[in-house]
Design a binder for this molecule. Structure first.
Ligand SMILES: [Fe+2]
Length: 172
């Protein structure tokens, strides 16, 4: 991959943004959209890691983990749509390339194929990372009464905290 800066970058022209008059100032909408873009990148990255582990897990816990990871990646694959569409409703483009996600996410990629218990630990850390990102956006959303975003963040935090607990319990 070359180093050209280009049409593939995440930059977009502000002149192309639609006029959106929903009672939230443009600067606040932009801040929230940027935060949601980080949440989208985290969610997509965790989705891929979970699907990876669903495919590659081995060992005596295979059946339990294969199925648990499946339920989790399927939920994540639906969640990215809700987050991206909230960004669009705020008037901004949703990032949707692996290079943008790599820049925006707080979740590192996992190289190779870890042992099953390490997979569980990595997914606990991934679930917790998404919760932290979602929680960090909460003040900017509530400050401007962006209830739809706050509601989405609440749902995502509830789900990821529950997933983290269930995964963590397998290690105790
Ligand atoms: Fe499968």
């Amino acid at each position: 991959m070359g180093k050209k800066k280009s049409s593939e970058s995440s930059e977009f022209s502000k002149a192309d943004l639609p006029k959106v008059d929903i009672g939230i100032a443009p600067a606040s909408r932009e801040e929230i959209a940027q935060g949601l873009s980080r949440l989208l990148a985290d969610t997509y990255t965790l989705y891929l890691k979970t699907h990876n582990f669903h495919w590659n897990v081995t060992g005596p816990m295979f059946n339990t983990l294969h199925l648990m990871f499946e339920a989790q990646y399927m939920e994540l694959s639906l969640a990215v749509d809700l987050i991206a569409e909230r960004i669009r409703a705020l008037g901004y483009p949703a990032p949707a390339t692996y290079s943008e996600y790599a820049k925006l996410t707080s979740i590192p990629e996992t190289a190779g194929v870890p042992k099953a218990t390490e997979m569980i630990q990595l997914l606990v850390e991934g679930q917790e990372a998404v919760v932290r990102t979602a929680r960090s956006l909460f003040p900017s959303a509530s400050e401007v009464h962006d209830e739809p975003t706050a509601d989405l963040l609440t749902q995502r935090m509830t789900l990821h905290e529950k997933n983290a607990w269930m995964l963590r319990s397998l290690l105790e």
